[in-house]
Design a protein around this ligand. Structure first.
Ligand SMILES: Cc1cc2nc3c(=O)[nH]c(=O)nc-3n(C[C@H](O)[C@H](O)[C@H](O)COP(=O)(O)O)c2cc1C
Length: 193
């Protein structure tokens, strides 16, 4: 399978980095074709500027956006890895989505009805939170995040979404972190078996 990993975390010592490394390792073992877009390492510019919007309106997709769209078109599966920041994603990833998931590429309107154009692709979304698992459940935070991200963005574009939350990672010990990494690994083995 062709797998595109979109990764948004600035620090090399983060738990998200450990997730990325584990995912990379498993996919290598499974001999999958992998491309990684590490948005901070790429210094991706998330600001959706007037010039870019003007070009898009004239159907002249800027080269930086076209490159990302080509990677998405190439992939059978996307894996997006990031921490939850302010009940959402890091701004660098939001900018990537604003720019890359364009009408005519990611979705389209036919007779007033939206059609997701990424329908033949799967998405595995992996998010870490500071909020512990129990509070995530009690306060309905997972539902909120699934509505804004899974429904509002990815399913809108036709992607078939699976969403893993690794909760409370700021406060758990090494053993619990290792268990989370094992959970991600088992998920991938199941997916690709
Ligand atoms: C700017 C910022 C905003 C954050 N907002 C939230 C939030 O809304 N909900 C939450 O549970 N954790 C929040 N956190 C905590 C992060 O989710 C947590 O630090 C991260 O998942 C830990 O993983 P890491 O070690 O890879 O950074 C926030 C952290 C930062 C830096």
């Amino acid at each position: 399978m062709k797998v595109l990993i979109i990764y948004a975390h600035p620090r090399k010592d983060s738990f998200n980095q450990a997730i990325l490394k584990r995912v990379e390792g498993v996919l290598a073992e499974l001999q999958q074709d992998v491309i990684i877009r590490d948005l901070y390492a790429m210094n991706f510019d998330p600001v959706f500027r007037a010039e870019e919007q003007a070009k898009l309106q004239k159907n002249r997709t800027p080269a930086t956006i076209k490159t990302e769209q080509k990677h998405i078109s190439w992939a059978d599966m996307l894996i997006i890895i990031h921490p939850i920041w302010w009940f959402s994603m890091p701004a660098i990833l939001k900018g990537y989505i604003d720019k890359v998931l364009q009408a005519g590429f990611a979705y389209s309107y036919v007779n007033g009805k939206v059609i997701g154009l990424l329908q033949n692709k799967k998405l595995l979304l992996i998010n870490t939170t500071g909020t512990p698992e129990k509070a995530m459940e009690q306060k309905g935070i997972k539902d909120v995040l699934q509505t804004t991200m899974d429904t509002g963005i990815y399913e809108f574009c036709g992607l078939k979404v699976e969403h893993i939350f690794l909760a409370g990672v700021s406060y758990i010990d090494e053993k619990a972190r290792e268990a989370y990494l094992d959970q991600v690994e088992s998920h991938l083995w199941q997916e690709f078996k």
